[in-house]
Design a protein. Structure first.
Length: 150
């Protein structure tokens, strides 16, 4: 049972940001330290990617496990209240992500997805460094890999 009133729940949900989240900032910071230059939240591309690296013709999305309904992830659970609404919403989000990724791939972009669970939790600094290193290898060496999840 929800312990908050509808007004309190509405207020809490309205405070959740769609861009410049902490995982985004940390990954961007690490990539910048590694010498990568990029645009952020580029509106002209499908899905408004969080990071766009024009030199590598690559985009990176940093997805929250709950909001993008990450399969097999404990953070991607359905809320116990208003379950049907949330199920439909999260499945629509997942479908939209798939369509945007397909559009980017067909336009010749390489697409990377960093999941929240891979850069948060215990040893967060080490996880972020590891993901940034994986991204660097993908950008500079794995030119044949058009889609990759981190």
């Amino acid at each position: 049972m929800d312990t908050l009133t509808p007004q309190q729940r509405h207020y809490n949900m309205s405070r959740i940001k769609g861009s410049d989240t902490k995982p985004e900032k940390l990954v961007r910071s690490q990539l910048h330290r590694a010498g990568f230059r990029f645009r952020k939240n580029y509106r002209k591309l499908p899905g408004k990617p969080d990071i766009v690296l024009p030199k590598y013709h690559a985009v990176i999305f940093i997805n929250g496990c709950f909001w993008h309904f990450h399969e097999h992830c404990p953070k991607a659970h359905l809320p116990r209240t208003n379950t049907e609404f949330w199920k439909n919403k999260l499945l629509r989000n997942r479908q939209r992500d798939k369509e945007e990724t397909e559009q980017l791939l067909s336009d010749g972009w390489r697409v990377g997805v960093v999941w929240e669970c891979s850069v948060t939790g215990k040893n967060r600094a080490q996880k972020i460094l590891s993901v940034a290193e994986e991204i660097a290898l993908w950008l500079e060496e794995d030119h044949g890999v058009r889609f990759k999840e981190f």
